[in-house]
Write a new protein. Structure first.
Length: 340
């Protein structure tokens, strides 16, 4: 009998539902909330309201696209955290209600594990190349910057992580402060393609071990631009491509230096990336170049699996389902999870 599992993701500003059948993706519907654009960042209260409006149509569409009805489902995986509490409450409550109505189990998923396993979503008619265990994942998003060792779909060790801002935050905050728009990552990525990455240099942090820090480089860029603008008010407009290219290169250098160190220390040569920032074209190119040089097998998730999506929650939940895990109906979402 085929096993159909529904995944639900609502941790931030994307309402998403996906159906997988025995690990193969049948549908992945994402409603991205546009309401936040005019505020230059996600407004939690508006995000919760939009999730509440989107969740039923998004789930219905995911089932329809998968060609199944609710009664065909074997289980429901949902994001328990980390994320915005109000947003998580919508997905969690919906999963519980549907689980009760259909009398099927619910399975909580750590959002970050979803990103770490995004490469395991299998698709019919596509090459399904997956990293072998153990592998290293550079998990880079708006809320996290970590190097994680993955020993199995259920075993994770954080080798290093940011001690202050996440790298996605550095992209977003700098873009906002420079008036380039939101979300900053894609804007900076696009401008960087037309600029010279060697033109400007920004201070890189000296943090021991495998941890990261991104607040210093952010401040370095902002002070530099402020000082140059005092001399020439048109400096930003004239140099924004080179500024973005140089800033992006600095962030990628910082990320890669520790990733290379982690690969050396662990002897692991299976390397993947995940999270919203893994959509960055400069980072993707650099991982592949470095991998070729150092003999790594590198795995880049498809762009649609880099940002928040329910397919990754479904696959992470599927492994827990196979492991016999079931979540009690008194579960509550959590905005922070310090470990896996
Ligand atoms: O994983 P994600 O969708 O959401 C969470 O953080 O939960 O990541 C969003 C982050 C934002 O900071 C956004 O600016 C960044 O991913 N991002 C990018 C790119 N696309 C999205 N950063 C750099 N380059 C991109 N192309």
């Amino acid at each position: 009998m085929p096993e159909y599992l529904l995944g639900i993701e609502s941790s931030c500003d994307d309402t998403s539902a996906a159906v997988i059948q025995d690990g193969y993706l049948l549908s992945n519907v994402i409603a991205s909330q546009q309401v936040h654009k005019e505020y230059g960042g996600v407004v939690p209260e508006l995000a919760s309201r939009a999730h509440e409006q989107n969740i039923v149509p998004v789930v219905s569409q995911a089932l329809q696209k998968a060609g199944i009805g609710p009664g065909d489902l074997s289980a429901i995986a949902f994001t328990r955290g980390p994320g915005l509490l109000g947003s998580l409450l919508v997905g969690t409550s919906f999963a519980k209600a549907l689980g009760i109505a259909l009398d099927i189990p619910i399975i909580m998923v750590n959002h970050l594990q979803g990103h770490l396993l995004a490469g395991f979503v299998k698709q019919h008619g596509k090459e399904n190349r997956q990293p072998a265990f153990p592998y290293l994942c550079l998990l880079v998003s708006g809320g996290n910057s970590q190097i994680v060792r993955v020993d199995s779909p259920l075993e994770y060790t954080i080798l290093g992580q940011t001690i202050d801002d996440a790298v996605g935050e550095a992209f977003d905050k700098c873009s906002k402060m420079l008036g380039l728009g939101y979300p900053g990552g894609p804007v900076i990525d696009a401008l960087a393609k037309q600029g010279d990455p060697e033109r400007f240099h920004f201070a890189k942090p000296q943090i021991p071990g495998l941890d990261y820090s991104f607040s210093g480089v952010k401040t370095s860029l902002l002070y530099f631009v402020r000082d140059e603008m005092a001399k020439d008010p048109a400096f930003l407009e004239k140099n924004k491509e080179d500024l973005c290219a140089s800033f992006q290169k600095t962030l990628i250098d910082i990320l890669m230096q520790k990733l290379v160190k982690a690969a050396r220390r662990t002897g692991i040569r299976e390397v993947t990336i995940g999270g919203g920032v893994s959509a960055n074209s400069g980072l993707r190119t650099r991982i592949e170049e470095t991998g070729r040089k150092l003999g790594w097998n590198t795995y880049l998730p498809e762009l649609k699996f880099t940002t928040d999506n329910a397919a990754m929650i479904a696959i992470a939940g599927y492994y827990r389902y196979l492991n016999g895990e079931r979540t009690s109906l008194d579960v509550a979402p959590v905005s922070r999870i310090s470990d896996y």
